[in-house]
Each structure stands twice: as C-alpha cells, then as structure tokens.
Design a protein around this ligand. Structure first.
Ligand SMILES: Nc1ncnc2c1ncn2[C@@H]1O[C@H](COP(=O)(O)OP(=O)(O)O)[C@@H](O)[C@H]1O
Ligand SMILES: [Mg+2]
Length: 226
C-alpha cells in the first residue's frame, strides 16, 4: 500500500517546440506519509500532481499506487480510479456554489449509484468529517457564506469522503492569511494521518512546508529531498 514513482518524464508542445517539464522525477510514499513540495513557479509542481492523480499521462516513467499503474485503464475505469483512490484539494476550493456545504462534501459520491445502506453510511461520514473540520454548524450553508479558511476545510472533508489512498493538494493555503493557512495545513496533516492516507501538498510557504515531516523541492524536472 504505497506510491512508487520512477523516472517520470513529461513535456508539453508549444509553438516554439517541446517544453520539457519533468525530467526523471522519482518519489516513494507509504501510508501516513506527508510530503511538502516547493519550487519556483512553472517548475512543474502542478503537472506532477496531475500525473499522480491520473488527470494526464506521462511521456515515460511509471506511477504505481498500491502496486497498480493507472496508465492502462479505460476512460471509465480511470474516472473510477480517480474518484476512489485520489482526493484533490485546489487553491481555489472549487466547491459547487449552488450546493450546500454538506452536499459539496457528498459530491464525490454522486459519480455512481449506490445502494441505500451505502448512501446512509456516506451521509453519516460526511457529517462526521464536517464535524472534525469544525463545520458542523455550517452544513446547510452555501460556500459563499463561508470564510476562505472554512471553504478549504470543507474541501478537505470532501477530498476525504471516499477514503482516498492519496490526497493531492495544490497550494491549498495560497489564498489564505497566515493564521488560516497554518490552521488549514495543520488540519490537513492531522486528518490525512488519522485516515492513513498519503498526503502531498504543494506550497510556496517555507513555514507551511516546515510543518511536514518530509520536504521536497522541484528542481530541473526532478524531486530533491531538502
Ligand atoms: N497543458 C499544458 N500545455 C502546455 N504547457 C503546459 C501545460 N501545463 C503546464 N504547462 C507548462 O509546464 C510548465 C510547468 O507548469 P506547472 O506544472 O503548472 O508549474 P508549477 O505548478 O510548478 O507552477 C510551465 O512552463 C507551463 O507553462
Ligand atoms: Mg502550479
């Protein structure tokens, strides 16, 4: 039960030719691991997260999550893989504005029909997660009624709903003031650890990165432990 990434290479086509972004990135993670990733803007951090989340395919190299490489999956199975194995948290919460906080947290479960018993269990899990992120009094509120930090707390609960193996967060505290940023980052660390999930967080803040037991820097298309 782990993440094993080897010699990941990715380039993008541009009018001026191929732009190399990843040039042999390697990473190993085990359940409960929490990694902070820093690096200059444009160095490929988001690209790496998209590859780990199977939103894009590498040019070469392998990504194995719990021993399986998603690269051979059909589009349907790939969507299911992302839904069940990966939790995403973005810089701009990406909550559905017309849905309540509780509905947003339940939204990953909308992708497939479920038996009633399972739906009831998911409903209680959503409430329990919202309680743990401190939003139990905001279940029926729309995202617009929440502060930036509260929206990211809702996004954390949503990412964890379906027990992902790997939680990927792309500058999740980038839009928050320092106090909220530290509090959301600590919450993310605590929640991922208690769920036994692997956590990879991109951040520009050395202070946030300092909260993480493992730190890497993206440099010239590779991951360097710092
Ligand atoms: N879909 C794409 N098409 C073309 N170029 C892209 C695409 N996605 C990212 N890039 C380029 O890849 C490089 C790395 O981008 P990104 O992974 O977003 O960096 P970071 O998240 O570290 O700021 C940048 O030069 C960016 O312009
Ligand atoms: Mg980025």
């Amino acid at each position: 039960m782990s993440l094993r990434v080897r010699r990941l290479v990715k380039s993008f086509a541009s009018p001026a030719g191929l732009v190399p972004v990843l040039a042999g990135a390697d990473l190993d993670m085990s359940p409960g691991d929490a990694v902070a990733l820093t690096g200059p803007s444009g160095s490929g951090k988001s690209t790496l997260l998209h590859l780990f989340g199977a939103l894009e395919s590498p040019d070469s190299g392998t990504i194995e999550l719990d021993g399986a490489d998603p690269s051979g999956l059909s589009p349907d199975n790939l969507a299911d893989y992302r839904n069940r194995k990966i939790g995403f948290i973005f810089q701009d919460h990406h909550l559905l504005p017309q849905c309540t906080v509780k509905e947003n947290v339940l939204s990953p479960a909308w992708a497939c029909r479920r038996p009633a018993a399972e739906s009831a269990a998911l409903d209680s899990r959503a409430s329990a997660l919202l309680d743990r992120v401190g939003l139990s009094s905001r279940l029926g509120h729309l995202p617009a009624a929440l502060s930036g930090g509260e929206r990211q707390r809702a996004a954390v609960a949503r990412a964890l709903l379906l027990h992902p193996r790997l939680v990927l967060a792309d500058e999740p505290t980038g839009n928050l003031d320092r106090t909220s940023a530290l509090s959301v980052a600590s919450l993310l660390l605590e929640m991922a650890a208690s769920e036994g999930a692997m956590l990879l967080v991109v951040t520009h803040s050395a202070e946030i990165a300092g909260l993480f037991p493992r730190k890497y820097r993206m440099e010239e298309g590779r991951l360097l432990a710092t």
